[in-house]
Structures are given as structure tokens and as C-alpha cells.
Design a protein around this ligand. Structure first.
Ligand SMILES: Nc1ncnc2c1ncn2[C@@H]1O[C@H](COP(=O)(O)OP(=O)(O)OP(=O)(O)O)[C@@H](O)[C@H]1O
Ligand SMILES: Cc1ncc(C[n+]2csc(CCOP(=O)(O)O)c2C)c(N)n1
Ligand SMILES: [Mg+2]
Length: 315
């Protein structure tokens, strides 16, 4: 019979996988971790929770991919602020029925990504229950430049860019995406990013966060929106565009720069992935889609939103 494996056995196992780094004062093992914040850098903090049934199902997700995604979504938020990850705290609600190998697999998926991005796991909380898997990660980072990049810095005339391609994330991309931390770093070295957000709820939702916070509007060229080939080709064109606008979980960066910087990015893309100029920031509030045939439609705030009442926003 295998020996019992409980909460403290799992914590000990995690601790062995995540030894304290040289720069931490104290990581896993006490009532709190101890860090010494850098004096000359802004400190960035965020937290994001994933729930089985809402953010993934097992299968097609494996426990490793669920753990990986829980850290990756937080890295994506940090990238969107122009930040460099430092450390993370992880809270687990583990289904009792799944056993210790499942719990280790969740953490192994996360630890592998943490190593890839040099994130130190410095603590967390381990619970078990009769419910589904829930994973929360709190991430700590520092700004890459003197100041981090907010949603509120866009001004009329700015060019709007998006990295990568959009739509169809449910076909595995939401589990396997690369958080755009390195890309945000490269961009911030070559231009001044005026505002930025990562696309988690869909372009047609997340663009409005930049517009609202910056108190501006936008015109978007529909034909320029990069549609992923994950959006299957048997969809008619309009609905392929709708998928790209509102599927969400693309975890690409949406950002604005001055026209001068925009021209520079168009003539020389500093990234190893696609970078597309999709429109401009306008003084008039709201967002207008310009179509290839010359027609214009207003861009609706579609995209993912957690319902608190069992109803959609427009029901
Ligand atoms: N329950 C909460 N209590 C306090 N602040 C919250 C809470 N939920 C969200 N926020 C804050 O609201 C702001 C917007 O959060 P939101 O979750 O929409 O952003 P996000 O993390 O980029 O999106 P996503 O969860 O889709 O990745 C953030 O500053 C976040 O910290
Ligand atoms: C089983 C299953 N059903 C639906 C989806 C799609 N999905 C879930 S949450 C979300 C938006 C971001 O969430 P949040 O705002 O919490 O960061 C999206 C697009 C999925 N991944 N798995
Ligand atoms: Mg975000």
C-alpha cells in the first residue's frame, strides 16, 4: 500500500522543487515569505484565479496544463504592464477524489513554466475539498522601464497594435499560449508604449478598457485584424471576424504608440512574432469598425464576461 500523502507532504514536495533563490530573504516554509523590494523600481502585484468547468475542463486539459495556465495568465497580466516577473504565491483547492499524483502534476506544470520565466514560487495555500480544481496565483514583478505601462496613457492619433493572431483559443491555445513577457520587454526597449492590455476577454472587450481609462475612442480596420487559423475556415468571413474579436483568451498584447513609433514598428518589427497595426485612437469616444468595402459599423462590447446572475449582459 502506498503511504498516505497529505497537505504537508505536498507542501514539502513543492518546497523541494522550489528552493529559495539567492535574492529572496525567505521563500516557502514560514507564515509569510520575505522579499526586499527594489528601491528604484515600481513593484507590480496581480492575482488571477482559474476554476475547473469555467477556465478549463479535465480532459482535454491535463492537470499539468491547468497548473501551467494558472501561472501563464498571471504572467500575461504582468507583461501587459511592461513588467518582469519576480515571484508568485499559489493557492490550490484540490479535489479529494483525484489523489496526490494529480496534485503533484498540477504543480509540476506550474513549476516548469515558472522555471522557464525565472519566477520563484515563494508560498501559497493548499486545501482539499469535494469540489472541482481551483487554482489561484498571485504574481509579483517589477517594471522593466522607469514606469510601468497602464491602460490610461493613450491619446488621439496613437496607432493601435496587436501581437500574434486572434480567435479560436478554446482549441488548446488557452492552455498552451506563451505569455508575451519577452515581447513586452523588446517592445518597451524599441518604442514608448503609451497604453497596453493583454487580451483575455476578447479584443472587442479589452480595447474598451484602454478607451475608457484613456477617455478616448478608436477606429479599427476590420480587414487588418489578424484572424488565427485556429478559427476554422468553414466559418463565413463575418463570423470568423467575430471569433477573433470576442472569443477571448488570446493572451496577446494590445497597445498604442505615437504615430512616429508606429511607423517604426511597421517598418521594423522588433519581435519574432506577428505585429499588426489595426487602427488609431480618436478623440471621439466609442469604437468604429472600418470595413474593406468602405462601410462603417460600431464595434460592440462583446467578449467574455463572468455573469453574477446566470444571465448575459444584454439578456
Ligand atoms: N474581487 C476583486 N477585488 C478587488 N479588486 C478586483 C477584484 N476583481 C478584480 N479586481 C481588480 O479590477 C481590475 C480589473 O480586473 P480584471 O480581472 O478585469 O483584469 P484582468 O486581470 O486583466 O482580466 P482577466 O481576469 O480577464 O485576466 C484589476 O485592477 C483587478 O485587480
Ligand atoms: C471550459 C471552458 N469554457 C470556456 C472557456 C473560455 N473562457 C473561460 S474564461 C474566459 C475569459 C477570461 O477569463 P477571466 O476573465 O476569468 O480571466 C474565456 C474566454 C474555457 N477556457 N474553458
Ligand atoms: Mg489583463
Amino acid at each position: 500500500m502506498t503511504p498516505p500523502f497529505h497537505e504537508f507532504d505536498l507542501i514539502q514536495w513543492i518546497r523541494e522543487q522550489c528552493p529559495d533563490s539567492q535574492t529572496d530573504l525567505l521563500g516557502i516554509g514560514d507564515d509569510t515569505a520575505i522579499l526586499q523590494p527594489l528601491k528604484d523600481r515600481e513593484l507590480l502585484l496581480a492575482t488571477d484565479m482559474l476554476m475547473e468547468g469555467t477556465h478549463f475542463t479535465l480532459p482535454p486539459a491535463t492537470p499539468e496544463l491547468a497548473g501551467r495556465k494558472a501561472l501563464a495568465v498571471n504572467l500575461s497580466d504582468l507583461a501587459a504592464m511592461g513588467g518582469k516577473p519576480h515571484s508568485a504565491l499559489v493557492s490550490l483547492a484540490l479535489p479529494q477524489s483525484k489523489g496526490p499524483e494529480f496534485a503533484k502534476a498540477v504543480m509540476q506544470g506550474m513549476i516548469d513554466l515558472a522555471q522557464e520565466f525565472q519566477v520563484q514560487l515563494i508560498g501559497g495555500d493548499t486545501n482539499s475539498w469535494q469540489g472541482p480544481l481551483v487554482i489561484n496565483v498571485a504574481i509579483i514583478g517589477t517594471a522593466l522601464q522607469a514606469q510601468s505601462v497602464t491602460r490610461s496613457g493613450s491619446t488621439p492619433g496613437d496607432w493601435i497594435f496587436v501581437t500574434g493572431k486572434l480567435g479560436g483559443s478554446i482549441h488548446s491555445h488557452h492552455l498552451t499560449f506563451t505569455p508575451r513577457v519577452d515581447e513586452a520587454n523588446r517592445l518597451s526597449q524599441s518604442v514608448t508604449i503609451k497604453s497596453m492590455i493583454d487580451i483575455s476577454d476578447g479584443l472587442a472587450s479589452d480595447l474598451f478598457h484602454i478607451l475608457d481609462e484613456s477617455k478616448v475612442g478608436a477606429q479599427i480596420n476590420a480587414a487588418e485584424i489578424p484572424i488565427s487559423n485556429r478559427v476554422t475556415l468553414d466559418h463565413p468571413q463575418t463570423s470568423r471576424l467575430q471569433h477573433a474579436l470576442s472569443d477571448g483568451e488570446d493572451f496577446e498584447l494590445l497597445f498604442t504608440v505615437s504615430p512616429e513609433d508606429g511607423k517604426r514598428l511597421v517598418s521594423q518589427n522588433p519581435l519574432q512574432i506577428k505585429l499588426t497595426h489595426i487602427g488609431e485612437i480618436t478623440q471621439e469616444q466609442g469604437a468604429v469598425l472600418h470595413h474593406a468595402d468602405g462601410s462603417r459599423t460600431s464595434l460592440k462590447r462583446t467578449g467574455w464576461e463572468h455573469s453574477l446572475s446566470g444571465q448575459k449582459r444584454n439578456d
